[in-house]
Design a protein. Structure first.
Ligand code: PRX
Length: 633
């Protein structure tokens, strides 16, 4: 049976069973029938979760851009691949057909070659949501260069950390970016970052805002100065299935960011297959995911997933509030968007503005709505369903992670029914399980546990760049032989999963995954700060926000001055997204007798839940708890 299109429940049931009972055959068929290969694999999957060794489609040879571009140029050259909607409503939108995309990607790839990068090298991409971002990503993939996209809202320190960690030698950036009414100078940020990197760096600059910038001779070059001289075709590099395709950094609960490494074949097959089914994409659809390509959602479901299916994918440069809060909906109307995929935080922010920004706009093109990045609360779900979907569009609440590469748990339109606040069922080939704190499987339904995955899926990350030990320790050691997601989940009586949130020291703020430890490390460098503990607390729009409990070395210091310093440090070291919403200066932090900060208590205090603190008598310093409560914000 051809399982590529799952369009009814019976098909899902039989395909799901096959994907569990005979994963080799299942994925062999999906991969061989729907993609273009230079050479097939010698085995479908080899894996050992204890050593975190995972191989899919061993020894197969391919190029992902051939699958995303060239094969569609052959069958449908004039179909639009990428639609580009600029930030500014007065600027002309752009579109690129599949044959135009091949030219753009080829030219960019030839530019990269002319700058000396070659297969296996790392290139860092620090660009706004402009077409050149897509071209750069795909150009790297075309020539076997490993791309590391850094979200263009990250600070120069965060950028430098990422450049240094993967030892990239070229950064692609722009003079600046347009974000709503603001213009940001990105090149200055890159200049600052490179002060902290080795001298071997080169910078390729795309002109966007045309603001004056400083160019350093021999190091910096404008794209427009070299692109006209390069060939319009670039031969694809033949890549091995397990060659790294990209590195994408995600914050961890400790230390520096983790460079998650995704490889070529498994990532392609899984993102493509999930895209097709979870969004039920059909030929004339116009698909729009509002994420930034700087995050995994953009990698998998703006670029690779849609393009490998020959879809039309929309890229939006701006923000939902500019020029006013109707922008998203006006774009849906303008392009007759059929699938719309966004984050709960955006839905909450837009819902708060009221339905007046939706009224009068024709949203009848919409067929499927999606959410990603954090749990969606019922109120936001209902608002989305009623006002955007008009009670007529299935909502896919897609649960996944940077590490998983693609969606693991989601409903499927007209196949697996949606259920407000539930991600619902595992996708084909995905084997979720709930475990207790000792790793024992909780087999019953109607139960809460820690969410693990028991079997590899093709797009699971293969390692952390330069640190395989950390990969094993973070994901495969808590519960031996299982991939631990770091999330808690509830399973209802029908086997639907609802993600309850992180169970580690990662907080999801506006859909962004922020480790609290790196933020604490950054602010603890302040000369007047003795100690800090950052926890998340519920926030109406952002889902969660950050609350910092800070102790000072010298309590006579002006705390207002410290507070403004703290957010400045965070902006510089990590980026404005990690700023604290609340900062409380305290005389001490609650600690265990072994000196460990009891964040559990601080989390309760931050969320105003003072009556359920549990037993605090065993603390080293129980007296600080009341003081903290009395001064809480
Ligand atoms: O806690 C889960 C939450 O986001 C985390 C992954 O974050 P990141 O790697 O940045 O990837 C986000 C985009 C895929 C998860 O561990 N999360 C993601 N999607 C959902 C979610 N929580 C609840 N429901 C979701 N649909």
């Amino acid at each position: 049976m051809n399982n590529y299109l799952i369009n009814n429940k019976n098909k899902y049931d039989s395909a799901y069973n096959e994907s569990l009972n005979n994963p080799e055959k299942f994925w062999n068929d999906i991969a061989s029938e729907n993609f273009s290969w230079y050479d097939k694999w010698s085995s479908v999957v080899k894996w050992d979760f204890h050593k975190a060794k995972i191989n899919w489609f061993s020894n197969a040879k391919l190029n992902i851009t051939v699958n995303c571009i060239d094969r569609h140029v052959k069958t449908n050259p004039h179909k639009i691949a990428i639609l580009f909607e600029p930030n500014n409503v007065n600027e002309k939108p752009k579109s690129f057909t599949y044959s135009e995309l091949l030219v753009e990607v080829s030219k960019m790839a030839n530019v990269l070659k002319s700058l000396g990068v070659k297969k296996g090298d790392r290139v860092c991409i620090y660009l706004p949501m402009i077409p050149e971002l897509a071209f750069s990503v795909l150009a790297c993939a075309r020539i076997g260069v490993i791309h590391s996209v850094v979200f263009a809202g990250f600070s120069s320190d965060a950028l430098a950390t990422r450049i240094n960690d993967c030892n990239s030698s070229l950064t692609i950036t722009s003079d600046g970016s347009f974000r709503g009414a603001k213009t940001l100078n990105l090149k200055n940020i890159v200049d600052d970052a490179l002060l902290k990197c080795n001298d071997e760096q080169k910078v390729l600059v795309v002109k966007r805002t045309l603001e004056p910038i400083k160019m350093i001779s021999k190091r910096d070059v404008f794209l427009e100065d070299i692109i006209s001289g390069v060939d319009v075709y670039c031969k694809p590099e033949i890549m091995d299935a397990e060659d790294p395709l990209f590195i994408l950094y995600t914050s961890g609960s400790t230390g520096k960011p983790k460079g998650m490494v995704h490889t070529t074949a498994g990532y392609m097959v899984y993102t493509s297959y999930t895209f097709k089914n979870i969004f039920q994409y059909t030929d004339n659809d116009v698909y729009w995911c509002t994420a930034d390509i700087g995050w995994i959602t953009g990698h998998s479901y703006i670029l690779y997933g849609p393009l490998s299916n020959g879809a039309t994918t929309l890229m939006f440069e701006g923000v939902p509030s500019y020029p006013d809060f109707s922008r998203f909906w006006s774009i849906v109307e303008k392009y007759k968007v059929t699938q719309f995929y966004t984050a709960p935080t955006a839905i909450r922010a837009l819902a708060r503005q009221g339905v007046k920004f939706v009224q009068g706009i024709d949203l009848s093109s919409l067929k499927v709505l999606g959410t990603v990045g954090e749990p969606i609360n019922e109120e936001a779900w209902n608002w989305y369903n009623i006002n955007i979907g008009k009670n007529n569009c299935p909502i896919v609440d897609t649960w996944w992670q940077t590490e998983t590469g693609g969606i693991l748990i989601s409903s499927i339109p007209n196949v697996i029914p949606d259920k407000p606040t539930f991600a619902t069922k595992p996708f084909l080939g995905v084997q979720p399980m709930l475990v207790d704190d000792n790793g024992n499987e909780l087999k019953d339904n109607n139960i809460v546990g820690k969410l693990c995955i028991n079997f590899p899926w093709p797009s699971i990350a293969r390692t952390i760049w330069g640190n395989h030990e950390r990969y094993i320790n973070t994901y495969f050691s808590t519960f031996k032989g299982k991939y631990f997601t770091g999330d808690g989940a509830y399973r209802d009586e029908y086997g639907n999963y609802r993600i309850t949130g992180r169970v580690d020291d990662v907080v999801i703020v506006s859909g962004h995954n922020l480790g609290t430890a790196p933020i604490e490390d950054a602010i603890n460098e302040h000369p007047n700060i003795a100690e800090s503990a950052i926890v998340g607390f519920p926030h109406e729009i952002k889902g969660n926000a950050l609350y910092g409990f800070i102790t000072l070395k010298d309590s006579s210091i002006d705390s207002n001055y410290i507070k403004s310093d703290i957010n400045k440090i965070i902006s510089n070291k990590i980026g404005p997204i990690a700023k604290l919403d609340k900062i409380q200066i305290t005389t001490g932090l609650p600690k265990t007798r072994s000196g460990k900060i009891m964040r559990r208590i601080l989390r309760k205090i931050a969320s105003g839940d003072f009556n359920n603190l549990g037993d605090i008598s065993t603390l080293l310093n129980p007296e600080v708890v009341n003081k903290i409560i009395n001064n809480s914000l």
